[in-house]
Design a binder for this molecule. Sequence first.
Ligand SMILES: NC(=O)c1ccc[n+]([C@@H]2O[C@H](COP(=O)([O-])OP(=O)(O)OC[C@H]3O[C@@H](n4cnc5c(N)ncnc54)[C@H](O)[C@@H]3O)[C@@H](O)[C@H]2O)c1
Length: 326
Amino acid sequence: MKEFRGRIAVVTGGGTGMGRELARQLSAEGCHVAICDVSAEHMAETKALCERQAPRGTRVTTHLCDVSDERQMLAFRDAVQESHATDHIHLLFNNAGIGGGGSFLKTDREEWDRTFAICWGGVYYGTRAFLPLLVASREAHIVNTSSVNGFWAVLGPNIAHTAYSAAKFAVKGFTEALITDLRLNAPHVKVSLVMPGHVGTSIVMNSAAVLGRPSPKEMTTEDLVPYRDQMSHQGIPRDALSDDQLRAALQKIGEDFRDKAPLTGAAAATIILEGVRSDTWRILVGEDAKALDRMVRTAPEDAYEPDFMTRLRAKGLFDLSLQPEE
Ligand SMILES: NC(=O)c1ccc[n+]([C@@H]2O[C@H](COP(=O)([O-])OP(=O)(O)OC[C@H]3O[C@@H](n4cnc5c(N)ncnc54)[C@H](O)[C@@H]3O)[C@@H](O)[C@H]2O)c1
């Protein structure tokens, strides 16, 4: 699909980050956009930003929907059909996601299941719900957001990352399998897999909010225990930081993740849309994602060894650690 003007795009998780930037860039080209999110406030901001740049007559609609709940996803689809007076859409961006569910052994099961349900279920239910509307278009494109954690299941040798990685691997496998299925059964519908490296968004803070975690400032001594466990996995004494120092370090990690990334959400959205235009199924977002992809493919047996991370850092990649002591 070379042009987005006059098309209809659905973007999940359009409240902030890459979803917001996709909505902005698409609507700026005159593409009608329907976004969903769990935050009405963030969606209202996205809508206002879109309307500032979009040509007259471009529709931008917002819909509250938790993508991990199939009934809400179906209601979202019905609302899109009604508010855009349409029986088809051209673009589906299954973008909503959160980080969480670190350890399969230690993290509580509710958080693990919620993370998996959003990151995988959102893509699955989104594709199920909107596929008939995509097939009904003359040409259409599905864009599923995985991650570098869709081919590398860790954040570093000392940080377990199981639910998110399992879900992102599922997104990758599903999307790759769809390439052939669509080619055989609906060749006018294309599909792309997005694998971003580090992109500067509020995902750390948003994920905590979606999971109902307190903000670092509000964390009790008990809430800080898992972070002290993480410190000890890294060889740092559990009591190296006072509670207040640890709260401040955790706050800074979320802010640094957003503010010190090698790529902005806007630049990431431009790369994703360029990938759709050029019908690239495999969209690696960022030089860090490209380098990591090469390293994992070259020596898969090494991917989970401590010195793999050292070599990554030596290349200046993934320098921003999620570790509280940095
Ligand atoms: N930022 C990165 O470095 C990075 C790297 C790799 C992959 N990703 C993936 O990119 C996608 C976009 O993330 P982002 O970085 O822009 O983060 P973000 O937090 O800015 O955006 C994600 C949006 O999804 C929404 N959301 C969360 N749970 C939801 C639910 N249950 N239903 C509906 N909406 C929900 C959030 O409210 C938020 O608006 C995610 O799938 C994420 O996993 C991000």
